[in-house]
Design a binder for this molecule. Structure first.
Ligand SMILES: *[C@@H]1O[C@H](CO)[C@@H](O)[C@H](O)[C@H]1NC(C)=O
Ligand SMILES: *[C@@H]1O[C@H](CO)[C@@H](O)[C@H](O)[C@H]1NC(C)=O
Ligand SMILES: *[C@@H]1O[C@H](CO)[C@@H](O)[C@H](O)[C@H]1NC(C)=O
Ligand SMILES: *[C@@H]1O[C@H](CO)[C@@H](O)[C@H](O)[C@H]1NC(C)=O
Ligand SMILES: *[C@@H]1O[C@H](CO)[C@@H](O)[C@H](O)[C@H]1NC(C)=O
Ligand SMILES: *[C@@H]1O[C@H](CO)[C@@H](O)[C@H](O)[C@H]1NC(C)=O
Ligand SMILES: *[C@@H]1O[C@H](CO)[C@@H](O)[C@H](O)[C@H]1NC(C)=O
Length: 620
């Protein structure tokens, strides 16, 4: 290749790679590939310029007529070397700018460690309590105590009540959590903080509100909504250094949650009701009661909250993990969500390292990674049945949630059939085997035996939904059970909230080859009386109901309404890039409550794992 061709080839490669890195997928290859390509381009340009004839060289004019010099526009677009100085200078500037932008994206957590971020949020909410997290660093101190002051939100302003103290210390990165108890069910509360000597702290500027969960002993069913998604990287796709703390997914989510303008009728009636706008007749013609009109009770975040190793892995230094959490909490986009919505977190592989799967006893980086997760996200989840573990379960009214730790454990989703109307099994990785590529191993698809066993149990329980993430795509999948009477199971996989999706390449099969045999009976009324016909059918064991790959911002909003016992309802609304892209309504089976309490507790997770034949060292 002629030396003159080298600069445009290297420059174009560099630009293509930089574009992919900044806008499409923040691949770990970028460092070192981008600096090397840039260096290569600069050297090639330098060499080709120093060996090229000078523009004013009369011999050169003869051998290389002026009209072969590319137009300045083409030169700048393609990185062509010219004898003119300006396009070369512009090219070097453009490419250096792209390199700096890439370095900014990759090194941001190091450049801005966000030591000072102050925040509070609510995590687990109970009928009589709530877990509250606080980070409040102080300069020139190593430890201080903060007290929660709280009160019911009522028409008249009540005095603040003394809540528990929280000890914050530098050793624990100034973050800690506590449980605020003795609350009334289904009641709105607000809280602020004071120092140990009784001085109100300047943060939060306005009290933080939350509402306790309803009393599950009430037999009235429940009607609520929650949000589910996973996978975020701030400022991706890259929008320049000033947007370093933006997480568009949270911005759009927050916009979607802003209550729609109050219907005229309720303004006239001087009554605002955030949970129901459909009661009045007059409003119907104004807004057809959108699903979004009820405010969600919480958000389930299914992991990849930090990308410890994307685009650069900084090693298992403690602060390398902690600063990634601080960065996300420092994001004004995320603040708009966590100051208003209880957040529950599962971890996934990128909280630790790509495709992690291990016993949790492994050395680096698990202990450091999980400590950081615990401090910032895990501490205000519901308590795990096993001390020090990160799977947990909770209930909202008559609806049960089981959040698994699919990285360290595949704990059997403990299911008893008639205790809760809807049951949500929460798995950071997909349950379906329809995803190909690395999902063949990095999902439940890699563990067919365990998966089949669990599915078999789930099919005997009505109204089970699996919520998952991790694939950076959306899909709703239906699983059909072996026996005639088995209940279908649905999976709703939603991600990313703010991260790449892969254009063009599609890795989800639309149905499994594996089928179940069914006989369908049809009764038709004829002149000779009813005629019964039976058909043999083959139904795919797993089948895609909806698949949307596109979109760097995705979340699902799930509304559950069990107030009509004979017709429990689930409404799914999936948002892609800030717009509703898919809606589906499922009418569940009525559930006869066998007992009020969920009765089965795994005595030992180890035994459970052995029971389902789980061999350690095989993880996804
Ligand atoms: C912290 O300590 C330094 C050095 O002793 C002092 O200059 C600074 O004013 C202190 N800052 C605060 C907020 O107390
Ligand atoms: C949190 O605060 C409690 C009591 O205030 C204290 O005992 C505990 O050590 C603190 N934990 C962390 C992680 O700072
Ligand atoms: C909102 O509407 C629901 C149902 O119509 C009602 O039970 C509740 O009391 C209302 N809340 C307020 C604050 O008006
Ligand atoms: C709505 O309007 C209809 C007809 O005007 C009336 O019969 C009905 O009672 C109204 N419903 C409510 C909830 O106000
Ligand atoms: C979790 O499940 C167990 C057993 O199913 C139950 O006893 C416990 O109350 C549940 N925990 C929460 C917070 O709902
Ligand atoms: C309840 O579940 C068990 C196993 O999980 C199953 O054997 C049983 O048939 C189910 N009962 C009903 C009524 O579905
Ligand atoms: C509950 O659902 C059943 C079945 O769809 C319906 O017949 C009944 O009218 C509903 N009840 C109420 C109170 O809406």
């Amino acid at each position: 290749m002629s030396l003159a061709l080298l600069p445009p080839v290297l420059s174009t490669l560099f630009r293509l790679f930089a574009y992919i890195f900044l806008q499409i997928i923040p691949t770990r290859l970028a460092i070192p590939v981008l600096p090397l390509l840039h260096l290569g381009y600069l050297s090639a340009l330098y060499l080709s310029l120093s060996t090229a004839p000078e523009p004013h060289d009369p011999d050169a004019k003869k051998s290389q007529p002026k009209d072969t010099d590319p137009s300045p526009l083409a030169a700048v677009l393609l990185g062509l070397r010219t004898r003119d100085r300006l396009p070369n200078v512009l090219n070097v500037l453009i490419n250096t700018g792209l390199l700096l932008a890439s370095l900014d994206l990759a090194l941001n957590p190091v450049l801005f460690p966000e030591q000072d971020v102050t925040f509070t949020r609510v995590g687990a909410v109970y009928p009589d309590a709530a877990k509250i997290m606080l980070r409040y660093p102080l300069v020139n101190e190593t430890e201080h105590e903060v007290q929660i002051l709280y009160r019911e939100v009522t028409q008249s302003v009540a005095p603040w009540k003394d809540g528990p103290f929280i000890t914050l210390s530098k050793d624990n990165d100034w973050v800690n959590a506590t449980r605020l108890g003795s609350l009334w069910p289904d009641t709105k509360y607000e809280y602020i903080f004071s120092s140990a000597d009784g001085i109100l702290l300047p943060y939060p500027r306005a009290p933080i509100h939350f509402q306790t969960f309803p009393d599950p002993r009430l037999d009235s069913g429940s009607h609520f909504k929650f949000i589910v998604s996973s996978c975020i990287t701030p400022n991706f796709p890259y929008k320049g250094p000033l947007a370093r703390n933006n997480i568009q997914g949270f911005d759009l989510l927050s916009q979607s949650l802003t209550p729609p303008p109050a219907p005229i009728a309720s303004v006239l009636g001087a009554e605002t009701n955030e949970t129901d706008s459909s009661a009045s007749n007059e409003t119907e013609s104004i807004t057809p009661a959108p699903v979004t009109s009820i405010f969600p009770k919480f958000m389930l975040f299914l992991g990849d909250f930090i990308y410890a190793d994307v685009p650069v892995y900084f090693g298992d230094d403690e602060d390398a993990y902690l600063r990634l959490y601080r960065r996300t909490y420092a994001s004004p986009s995320y603040r708009k969500i966590y100051e208003h919505l209880p957040m529950l977190h599962a971890y996934d592989d990128h909280e630790i390292i790509n495709n992690y799967g291990g016993s949790g006893l492994d050395p680096s980086p698990y202990p450091v990674a999980v400590n950081a997760f615990k401090l910032y996200n895990g501490a205000v989840n519901y308590d795990s049945p096993a001390l020090g573990d990160h799977y947990f379960n909770f209930t909202y009214g008559d609806v049960a949630f089981f959040v698994m730790d699919t990285r360290r454990y595949r704990s059997d989703p403990e299911t008893v059939n008639n205790t809760a109307t809807f049951k949500f099994i929460v798995s950071s990785v997909p349950f379906t085997s329809l995803w190909g590529h690395d999902a063949v191993k990095d999902s439940w698809g890699g563990y067919e035996v365990e998966k089949t066993q669990i599915l078999q149990d789930l099919h005997s329980v009505p109204n089970v939904f699996i919520l998952s993430g991790d694939r950076h795509e959306f899909a709703a999948i239906e699983f059909t059970g072996e026996s005639e009477g088995s209940y279908p199971v649905q999976e709703i996989s939603t991600s990313p909230l703010n991260m790449f999706y892969i254009p063009f390449v599609r890795t989800l099969k639309l149905q499994s080859e594996d089928v179940v045999q069914r006989t369908r009976t049809e009764v038709t009324l004829t002149e000779d009386g009813p005629q019964v016909e039976t058909f043999d059918e083959e139904i795919p064991r797993e089948k895609v109901l909806e698949y949307i790959a596109r979109g760097t911002v995705k979340w699902s909003s799930i509304e559950v309404d069990t107030t009509n016992k004979t017709r429990p309802l689930l409404r799914l609304e999936t948002w892609i890039d800030g717009r509703v892209a898919y809606q589906a309504e499922t009418v569940g089976s009525p559930v006869k409550f066998a007992s009020k309490a969920l009765t089965y507790v795994p005595s030992s997770i180890k035994q459970l794992l052995e029971k389902i034949g789980f061999q350690s060292k095989q993880w996804f």
